[in-house]
Ligand binder design. Structure first.
Ligand code: FE2
Length: 666
């Protein structure tokens, strides 16, 4: 007889303990062990326990293990969270089997040894068989579902609770999420705000909603929201830094003339355009979208154009706003020299358009829905033992579940967004489809995106500065990992699983639209490196940039109204303080909007920052070192960002690596 020393590591997390009997079978190139009971009455959370599995002879090289946990007699079934199993063979070889997922059922689960293997590295028929079996099961567990015309496909599920255990929220996250959602709404109910459909009588009354829930920045925004510089600043470092672009020639649809706008220091608009000091935000994506009705009342959504000037003191200031795309007498160009309320009204319409453009295009589509496409295609096409699965799986944590919840609670027919946003309901699918048809691969890669928007030298643009540094750090890490496994373009081309993975993304995420520039296959190592960098950046950094500041900038409703209830002015001189109060959303819509952005900006206590790998998918030493180097580069960037922020009136913290979550999880 020979003995195998089997050490089982159980995750230290709530509910990870099991009282059910657990069995293991070792499978090697020369045979397999008997199904052997791990002799423990209870396997506690955080436990590291060693057992012996005896076999008549050596099993050769270990390829996989089988684990099962069965409900015993009258004892209830439970959930168990093994992290990994380490085995020392009679030949003293150490094998590690990463697991990192819940086992809740009584099925037999197979786990491969940790060394990453591409499909053509599988020399053993058992390994090949296990690989095929795993992918065929995953293609059932993670099936695609048509979501709507022109929109990316999603995971097929009957609600968040039916998703496979391995992609569900942890107990901590579930409880906290329900608790924070409930406390916010209970508080509003107590104040009688949820049913109050009246308009605000005074903006100061809005203070009563969430009196104690302000962040330093949301308080600051409340104080300064009417000021032009803060309006402009948000195009750079607010929640939607994705729209602004340099403008060298004015579009014909926005006929601003030299004599309309005041440019200091004797210059004029034509000169400033030539000098590259003029910038444009164009909400054309929203043009012609019929607005939602809220509480049976027609709402208004515009597709504004905003012109901005970079002054000699490097401050960016708005100089003209046109609220609709087609110039006409009924579509005045508003200017800072107009009456206080005309100019403020124009800015409020822009901020409300930005709410819709931000939530649906920048946030929902370009981070949440794409992250889901990346997650589903990864789970369907790459087995756990694949090097790219190990690279990307930590960046898919909780994404499927948060998106399922969002589809029901936020954007579904009875969801908050449908009830309170000008772009809710039918408008939502139209905007999403239009956004997807205009998406490009270059726009998802921040270096290309900044070049295409010609924003390389715009001062005080911290989203760009921090985003580019993060991209470079991620790129460096991804490059080292991928070059460790792929030594030539030929190896990339021969990896049929990788090719199916990218093909699935092109088809189900980008609806096979060639103009997106999304690759349909990988021919070179460099293409693979760039694509994997984009996936990691999108799921972590880009989501943090557009998600984390939602309460900072939306906590004071007039700065980010979810909807507006009066049509945009068609003439100058028709606005007043009271028309603004009639335009802004009523009390209950405001309260629900603020509660939602508050919930979506909360950081969960089991938040995992970018580059922190709690799970040991890679077992090779070189890879573990690359992960350490990656984290150390991120730590250095965090210090640099912190030092920079000390000198800023508004610190830009969303892309500080400490605040960036590894995945789209909220
Ligand atoms: Fe989000």
């Amino acid at each position: 007889m020979v003995d195998y020393e089997v050490t089982v590591y159980t995750g230290d997390r709530v509910h990870a303990t099991t009282i059910n009997p657990v069995h293991i079978k070792l499978v090697g190139t020369e045979g397999e062990s008997a199904r052997t009971w791990l002799r423990s009455l209870v396997i506690f959370r955080g436990a590291v326990a060693t057992y012996t599995v005896s076999c008549p002879k050596s099993l050769g090289q270990l390829v996989l293990i089988e684990l099962d946990k069965r409900q015993f007699f009258i004892l209830p079934g439970d959930a168990w969270f093994p992290d990994k199993v380490e085995i020392i063979s009679p030949e003293k070889t150490i094998y590690t089997f990463p697991i990192h997922c819940w086992i809740c059922d009584s099925e037999t689960h197979r786990y491969r040894e940790g060394k990453a293997l591409r499909i053509f590295d599988e020399s053993n028929s058992l390994g090949q068989y296990a690989r095929q079996q795993e992918l065929s099961q995953r293609s059932v567990d993670y099936a695609w579902e048509f979501y709507g015309p022109g929109m990316p496909d999603t995971i097929k599920a009957d609600g968040a609770m039916t998703l496979p255990d391995e992609v569900q929220f942890s107990f901590t996250k579930t409880t906290e999420f329900a608790f924070t959602a409930a406390t916010g709404l209970v508080e509003l109910q107590l104040k009688g705000l949820v049913d109050n459909q009246e308009n605000w009588k005074d903006l100061d009354d809005i203070n009563d909603v969430f009196r104690n829930k302000g962040t330093p920045l949301s308080d600051y925004v409340q104080e300064h929201w009417t000021e032009d510089w803060l309006f402009a600043y948000q195009f750079l470092n607010g929640v939607n830094p994705t729209l602004i672009q340099r403008c060298k020639t004015l579009p014909g649809k926005f006929p601003v003339t030299d004599d309309m706008v005041f440019i200091p220091d004797g210059s004029n608009l034509s000169n400033e355009l030539k000098k590259g000091n003029i910038y444009l935000c164009d909400y054309k994506n929203l043009d012609g979208i019929p607005a939602n009705t809220v509480q049976e009342k027609q709402q208004y959504l515009t597709a504004p154009l905003v012109l901005l000037h970079k002054r000699p003191d490097d401050k960016l200031m708005p100089i003209a706003i046109q609220l609709k795309q087609t110039p006409s007498k009924d579509n005045p160009i508003f200017l800072p020299t107009d009456s206080e309320y005309d100019w403020l009204t124009a800015k409020i319409f822009v901020r409300s358009a930005d709410f819709s453009e931000h939530q649906l295009n920048a946030h929902l589509l370009r981070t949440h829905l794409l992250a889901e496409v990346f997650a589903v295609s990864l789970l369907r096409n790459l087995p756990m033992v694949h090097p790219i699965y190990k690279l990307l799986i930590p960046h898919t944590r909780y994404t499927l579940q948060i998106n399922e919840l969002a589809r029901v609670r936020l954007i579904g027919p009875a969801g908050v967004f449908t009830l309170i946003a000008a772009s809710g309901g039918e408008s939502l699918s139209k905007i999403l489809a239009r956004s997807l048809s205009s998406i490009t691969y270059r726009s998802l890669c921040i270096p290309d995106n900044i070049d295409d928007r010609d924003l390389q030298d715009l001062p005080n643009f911290y989203y760009r500065d921090d985003g580019l540094q993060l991209w470079n750090i991620i790129f460096e890490y991804v490059q080292r990992v991928i070059k460790y496994y792929y030594k030539s373009n030929d190896e990339v081309q021969r990896d049929s699983e990788l090719q199916t993975w990218i093909g699935d993304i092109f088809k189900h995420g980008f609806l096979s639209q060639l103009q997106t520039g999304i690759p349909q296959n990988f021919t070179t190592v460099s293409e693979l490196i760039k694509f994997a960098t984009m996936v990691m950046f999108t799921c972590s950094c880009q989501h943090a940039a557009v998600n984390s500041g939602q309460y900072d900038y939306g906590g004071w409703m007039p700065n980010f109204p979810t909807t507006l209830q009066r049509a945009p002015p068609t003439k100058k001189g028709t606005t007043s303080k009271s028309t603004i109060l009639e335009t802004l959303p009523p009390i209950n819509v405001t309260a629900q909007g603020m509660a939602t952005v508050w919930l979506l900006s909360r950081q969960s206590s089991d938040f995992v920052p970018l580059g922190h790998y709690l799970e040991y998918h890679y077992t090779e030493k070189t890879l573990r070192q690359l992960q350490k180097d990656f984290k150390s580069d991120l730590d250095k960037l965090s210090i640099t960002i912190n030092n920079r922020n000390k000198g800023l009136e508004i610190p830009y913290t969303y892309l500080d690596p400490k605040n960036v979550e590894n995945s789209v999880a909220i």
